[in-house]
Design a protein around this ligand. Sequence first.
Ligand SMILES: [Cu+2]
Length: 542
Amino acid sequence: MARCISRRRLIQYGLGTAATLATPELLETVWPRIGQGAVANQRELRSPFALKSHNGKLKLKLVCKPAVVDMDAVKLVRTNTYDGVVPGYTWALRPGDLLEVDLRNHLPEIPPQPHMTMDRPHKWTTTNLHTHGLPVSPSGIADNIFLEIPPGHRQRYEIPIPDDHPAGLFWYHPHKHGGVCQQIRAGMAGIIVIRGDLDHVPHVRAAKEKIMVLQSIELGADYELLEPIPDPTKEQAFFPRKNVLYTVNGKLKPKVTMYPGEVQRWRLLNAAEGKYMSLKLTGHDLHQIAWDGLTLHEPEATDVVLLSSGNRVELLIKAGKPGTYELVLTPGSSQKPNIPGMPESIPEHESELFCKLTGAMDSMAAAGLADEPPELQPRSILTLEVRGSGPEMHMPRSLPAFDPPILPIARKRYFRFTVARDPMNEFLSFGIDGKQFEVNNPAYRVTLGTAEEWTLVNDCDNKLMDHAHVYHIHVNPFKVIEVNGRKLSKPLWRDTFVLSKRSGDSLKFVSNFVDFTGKFVEHCHVLAHEDLGMMGSVEVVK
Ligand SMILES: [Cu+2]
């Protein structure tokens, strides 16, 4: 039974104790002024170590364990990791390969506490494995997020990669309900690369490849991972933190070196627990070639990309004149999502569900929420140094796009991401259509070999506060055709997509349910929301 959590507590769940977030040393090292140029002793970015498949198989051991990690911060970081490193090793595979994982959970037991119920952070050192974005089986010992591996236990996974798997950038992370946010904010995430057609496009193949795992590592005052609080007091948060480190491949502000006219392929993942990441590279266009491991028809230039938690984007960068440039991150949160690249909400007069904001804005200002907390202030997370010389490189004109035809639509579905409140407007829970996640809730059933059109509506209550969410579904990607009631001239293939903040904002998308039967989940990829109940089951049946 969900218990009342005061509005004040909801605020603290979202923003942490904003006033005490920044220490002076942190401000200096983590949030350097934008455009201040290269930092002395800045280290060249290193891609995570890659484990590659051989003879059709990648067999590996994956150990979940506490470790002390050097993130180039003022102190060493004590957190929970995969294999003692942050991020985890990259797994490189080809279509048709078998991925065999021997997962060993060496995380500590946590003492039982009251209030560790399904709708609160609970059992956050019990783990499992999700291969985000891979169209693979959700059943048995494949991408089955219903498995639970407690501390001291192990589990073997066998995940066959389909022969026709698209080439692209995917990732793995824990997905044990009640412990996802905690394990992701600790840094437990790694890249899965599937090699194939895109890698063979000559101008792509010629470009140096840089994997960039962007993380938001949430820590206490002594740079240690703090435990969640299932039953916080008014002064506490569910996921307490004092320091937030925005790292690239586990390091604060590394640098990348290019020569003028060089083209590099930057492969980015937002592996934050729930932060939105708006990114710009000073002096340069970003040429998008793929999103969520799904290749576009041609490179598309933009000056800003917005990555929701879970999104990947692949960019070709062509270095300009010699000089020093900055990759500038503007972070956003569910309740503070107004950052460059965020889709526009529906206009107030077009929204039936929209509630008048005036009163809410006043009370938010009174609660001290009008100013951005330090953890959301823009900062440079990587320096690009352009120097030297080399042969002029070029962009590809066309790409081997992922754009399969949609089967005839067999059924339409309307569903809502909901924030439940009691009659006194006190926060109760996150859910889907008012229901918090339970393993035994009936699943939404889809017939294998059909396509469906789904409309997801944001049913939060703007009278109290905004809530932007992120829709993610396992196993099958989807094609977004409408955002906030506006038809897209160019539909977008994704496995993760933002649902903007205003009540009544919506997404309409279509999806083919082919290849796999079985039960899996859809959820908000603001993983604190997921742990608090914003998840539902989907079952594909014959
Ligand atoms: Cu959400």
